[in-house]
Design a protein around this ligand. Structure first.
Ligand SMILES: [Zn+2]
Ligand SMILES: [Zn+2]
Length: 433
C-alpha cells in the first residue's frame, strides 16, 4: 500500500539528506565482530539476492494469488536450514530461526504481493504477467527478508534467541495481516518485538522513521439526513460545520508540497508544521436519493484519537441546530488501523543502526505525513510492539526514484545490501538487549 496521495511528491525525501540527519548519543556496539561477519555474508550472497529479486519481479502475483512466490520463499528458507510453516492466512509463510542460545524472540515481516498495473515497467527484467507489476517494491522486501534470514542463519552459533520471518501476502488489498492473525499466526510464533521496512524515495543508503505515527490518521466521515426537499442550506451548513474542525489555514504553507522538504518546517525538523493538525477535504461527495441525503468527505488528523473526538462533536452540533430532526446518522467508514511505532523500540532500533552504520544512515522524522495511507503491518503492531521503517531505494544521480506506485517506480538494487546489513545488525543488537 503506502501511497502518498496528493501533496507528498516523489522529491520530498531528497532534501531530508541535507537537514534530517540525526545525531544520537552513540551507544557502544555490543558485538562489533558479528557486524563485520554480517557484512561479509551479505556481500557474499548479494548477487544471488539480486537474481531472486529479479525472479520475483518477472513473476509478480497479485494479492491472494502469491502461490509461486510463497513456494520460492519456502524453498529458500528450507535450503538455509530454517523451520518453515506455510499456508498461513492464504499464502503466508513463516520461517523460524533458532539461535544457539536461549533469548528474546523477534519477528521481521515482509509483504510479498504485486499489483495490477498496466503501466509499462521501466526495467529490462520486465514482468512476464500481463497487467501485473511489482510497483510497490514488495519483490525487494521479500528478498531482503530472505537475505536477513540467510545472514542471521550464518551466525546461528552466536545468536541468542529466536528470529521469525513473516512473509505476508495480500498487503495491497489490506487483508493479509489480519488473515494471518486470524489463521493463528500468534499461536505458531510469539515474538516480543516486530519490525518491517518499506521502500521509500530516500537514497539507497538510508532508512528513516519516527516513534508513534508516521502518517496522519484518515477516515471518511458521512453525515446523512432525511431528504425533505429543501436541503441546499442544510448541505452548506454541514460543509461549514465539518470544515470548522480543520486547524490549518487554507492557502497556508501546510498545503504547499514544498513545505514538506523545507528545512525549517518540514517533516524532518523538530519544529515541523506537520504536527498536531487536522484537515477536512474540500471536495465533499453529496448524494441524494428519494429518502436520504448523504454528505461525505475525508477527515485526517495527526493528533492521536482526534477523529474519535470529532464524531460526537459533529453529532451534537447538528442536534442542537435547526436540522436536528432531519439528521439520520453521523458515521465513519473506511476504518484502517494506523501504523503505531513503539516509542522505546523506535529509538533503540534507530540507535543500533546509527551506531553500527553511522548517523548519516538514519533520518529521524518528526512530523506525520498528511494525506497518506499506511500499511496493514499496523495489525501486527496492535499485537506486538514494533517499528516500521522507510528504506531508501533511490539513486538520484542515476535518475532512479523509488516512489511506490509511481509510473516510473524503480529501485537501486544496492538497497538490498543496505537493508540486509542494517536490519540484520539491528536484530542482533535487539536480541542482545
Ligand atoms: Zn503498494
Ligand atoms: Zn507496498
Amino acid at each position: 500500500m503506502i501511497t502518498y496521495r496528493t501533496i507528498v511528491g516523489p522529491t520530498i525525501f531528497i532534501l531530508f539528506l541535507f537537514f534530517g540527519v540525526i545525531t544520537f548519543g552513540q551507544e557502544s556496539v555490543i558485538k562489533p565482530a558479528i557486524h563485520k561477519s554480517i557484512q561479509q555474508q551479505t556481500n557474499k550472497i548479494f548477487d544471488d539476492l539480486v537474481k531472486i529479486r529479479r525472479d520475483f519481479h518477472m513473476n509478480p502475483e497479485v494479492s491472494e494469488q502469491e502461490k509461486r512466490t510463497a513456494q520460492k520463499i519456502k524453498e529458500y528458507l528450507l535450503s538455509i536450514g530454517l523451520e518453515v510453516k506455510t499456508g498461513i492466512g492464504g499464502n503466508g509463510v513463516v520461517g523460524i530461526l533458532k539461535g544457539a542460545k536461549e533469548g528474546k524472540k523477534i519477528a521481521w515481516r515482509a509483504d510479498i504481493d504485486a499489483m495490477p498495473s498496466e503501466i509499462p515497467d521501466v526495467v529490462d527484467f520486465k514482468s512476464k504477467t500481463e497487467g501485473v507489476r511489482h510497483i510497490c517494491g514488495h519483490d525487494v522486501h521479500a528478498t531482503i527478508a530472505l537475505g536477513i534470514a540467510n545472514v542471521l542463519a550464518s551466525q546461528k552459533d552466536q545468536l541468542k534467541g529466536t528470529v521469525y520471518f513473516i512473509f505476508q501476502p495480500s498487503e495491497e488489498n489490506y487483508k493479509g495481516a489480519q488473515a494471518m492473525i486470524e489463521d493463528g499466526l500468534f499461536d505458531i510464533i510469539n515474538p516480543e518485538e516486530i519490525y518491517a521496512a518499506h521502500i521509500a524515495p530516500l537514497p539507497a543508503t538510508m532508512i528513516s522513521t519516527k516513534p508513534e505515527w508516521l502518517f496522519a490518521d484518515y477516515k471518511v466521515i458521512e453525515v446523512s439526513y432525511k431528504n425533505s426537499g429543501d436541503d441546499d442550506a442544510m448541505i452548506e451548513y454541514t460543509k461549514t460545520l465539518l470544515k470548522s474542525f480543520q486547524n490549518v489555514e487554507l492557502g497556508s504553507k501546510f498545503f504547499d508540497p514544498q513545505s514538506l522538504l523545507n528545512p525549517a518546517i518540514g517533516l524532518a525538523n523538530p519544529n515541523t508544521i506537520f504536527k498536531d493538525y487536522t484537515t477536512v477535504y474540500d471536495n465533499f461527495n453529496v448524494k441524494k436519493t428519494e429518502d436520504l441525503i448523504s454528505i461525505k468527505t475525508y477527515v485526517g488528523s495527526s493528533i492521536f484519537n482526534e477523529l474519535d473526538r470529532i464524531l460526537p462533536q459533529v453529532k451534537q452540533k447538528i442536534k442542537s441546530s435547526k436540522y436536528s430532526t432531519s439528521l439520520v446518522n453521523v458515521s465513519y467508514s473506511g476504518d484502517r488501523v494506523n501504523l503505531m511505532n513503539d516509542k522505546k523500540l523506535t529509538n533503540k532500533a534507530m540507535n543500533a543502526i546509527s551506531t553500527v552504520y553511522g548517523s548519516q544512515s538514519v533520518i529521524r522524522l518528526y512530523g506525520e505525513m498528511p494525506d497518506g495511507r499506511g500499511d496493514d503491518f499496523s495489525y501486527f503492531q496492535e499485537r506486538v510492539p514494533g517499528v516500521y521503517f522507510f528504506l531508501g531505494g533511490s539513486n538520484f544521480e542515476k535518475g532512479i526514484i523509488s516512489m511506490p506506485h509511481a509510473p516510473n517506480f524503480a529501485i537501486d538494487e544496492s538497497c538490498i545490501k543496505t537493508g540486509v546489513n542494517y536490519f540484520s545488525s539491528m536484530i542482533v543488537e535487539r536480541l542482545d538487549q
